[in-house]
Design a protein around this ligand. Structure first.
Ligand SMILES: C[S@@+](CC[C@H](N)C(=O)[O-])C[C@H]1O[C@@H](n2cnc3c(N)ncnc32)[C@H](O)[C@@H]1O
Length: 425
């Protein structure tokens, strides 16, 4: 096999179905007979396809003209975060993103070559180039991945060495990287950043990275959106679902795109067109989740969100039997285990207090859509004290979380108000 595509004989026999978190961060499993020579051949095939793609031609032009052409500090190191495994299956053998990782790796090597060429003709000396350290960090790398990277001049490092290496002279390559990782690194102002969460806006490299078939695909804006999964678990709540899906934030127009994917089937669609993002009043729909518990929905979402790139990570909304009564919905946010230093807040300590945990918020339905923005797109400094630190304070006797009060607190929170001891002079 030379194309990196999955075929049956590749699939490891010993698929492990233990906890999701452990699977997510375990080294991937390569096909039994794969060796470095074969893997390198696969890489070369991907590299050829990538180099002849229009995406690379456009990207190269943009790089030379608009990015490297501008005066900017020389790049001193390259940090690649969250590449995925080019050789193996992840999540205990269930997920095959090898080809995506291969294309991303091909892109990384070509971009590095481009940067080196640029440096060679400008201020850098050959010595600078030789010293440019290129490192890659992803807990799913297996031994073969590490060898492949090494054959390309890239050193695999353990977390958090990659995060710590980011400075304002770094080229950060993080295609599909998780937001919490980006939030950690972007404050260091890396001189060049490629990637970010997949499928968001016209991020230069995102198009063409997402899948083999996408390489030359033209993306229209409407397709490049991720959405939050919305489950309906009670038959009597169905008529209310259109209202949840039709709610718009203040300032939005009624025809602005919805925020949710309505989960009708327990089979994950192959692409985003398999999900409805709006309903008409009175429109009926199917739900395989009628009678399901919140935990069922959480478990399903966690398993599926990593298999495709059009679902917002770690947030779900559940319309349940109570929703039909009082127009509240349950928003559930998952905080995965991670090896990052915790965020510590004056007055609260480390937040969130627990990892590998779902945090549930019952809210008035019109607030459901803000949670994605809060947890996936906003700074923890703004969100965590109110949404984690004071979760119980803002939850009333009926168990409803007061989003407006939490938002007000977020605006007002000032760590200096919480000093117990005088600051050291
Ligand atoms: C959404 S996936 C993207 C994978 C691949 N780049 C793609 O586009 O399919 C996020 C990647 O981040 C990796 N990851 C998780 N924790 C990490 C860490 N601490 N450092 C670096 N990568 C990490 C995951 O293993 C996973 O490969």
């Amino acid at each position: 096999m030379t194309d990196g595509a999955a075929d049956d004989e590749d699939i490891p026999n010993n698929i492990d179905t233990s906890t999701t978190t452990r699977l997510l961060f375990a080294p991937s499993e390569p096909p039994p007979k794969l060796n470095l020579t074969e893997l390198r051949k696969q890489f070369n095939t991907h590299l050829e396809t990538w180099e002849s793609s229009q995406t690379w031609q456009h990207l190269k032009n943009a790089l030379q003209k608009d990015v490297l052409g501008q005066s900017q500090p020389a790049i001193e190191n390259v940090v690649c975060i969250g590449l995925g495994s080019p050789s193996g299956f992840v999540q205990g053998g269930w997920v095959d993103r090898r080809s995506v990782a291969m294309y991303q790796l091909a892109a990384l090597t070509t971009i590095i070559d481009c940067v080196k060429q640029h440096h060679a003709t400008s201020t850098s000396t050959p010595q600078d180039l030789a010293e440019m350290k290129i490192i890659a960090q992803d807990p799913v790398f297996n031994t073969l991945d590490i060898e492949l990277l090494s054959s390309l001049g890239i050193t695999a490092v353990d977390s958090p060495e990659g995060f710590n290496a980011v400075t304002d002279k770094t080229f950060l390559f993080a295609p599909g990287a998780e937001r919490r990782h980006l939030r950690l690194m972007l404050p260091f102002n890396p001189v060049m950043v490629f990637g970010g969460p997949l499928e968001e806006g016209p991020s230069l490299a995102a198009r063409g990275f997402n899948d083999d078939d996408d390489i030359n695909e033209k993306d229209d804006g409407s397709k490049s959106m991720t959405h939050v999964l919305l489950f309906c678990t009670a038959e009597e709540a169905k008529p209310f679902v259109w209202e949840v899906m039709s709610a718009r934030a203040p300032g939005q127009k009624a025809d602005d795109p919805g925020a949710f994917y309505l989960v009708e089937s327990n089979v994950l669609p192959a692409d985003r067109s398999g999900y409805k993002t709006s309903l008409q009043k009175g429109e009926t729909f199917e739900s395989d989740f009628i009678g399901a518990s919140l935990e069922d929905c959480q478990k399903w979402a966690l398993e599926k969100q990593y298999q495709v790139n059009f679902i917002e990570d770690d947030i779900i909304v559940v319309v349940d039997a109570r929703s039909a009564q009082d127009k509240t919905v349950l928003v559930s946010h998952y905080e995965p285990n991670n090896d990052l230093s915790p965020w510590v807040f004056a007055g609260f300590g480390a937040l969130p207090r627990e990892f590998d945990t779902w945090y549930n918020y019952r809210v008035k339905f019109s607030y459901a859509r803000i949670f994605d923005a809060a947890f996936n797109y906003s700074s923890p400094q703004v969100v965590y004290p109110a949404f984690f630190g004071r979760k119980e304070d803002f939850t009333d006797e009926q168990g409803v979380f007061d989003v407006a009060a939490a938002e007000r607190f977020s605006m007002e929170y000032n760590p200096e108000d919480y000093w117990v001891d005088s600051p050291k002079l």
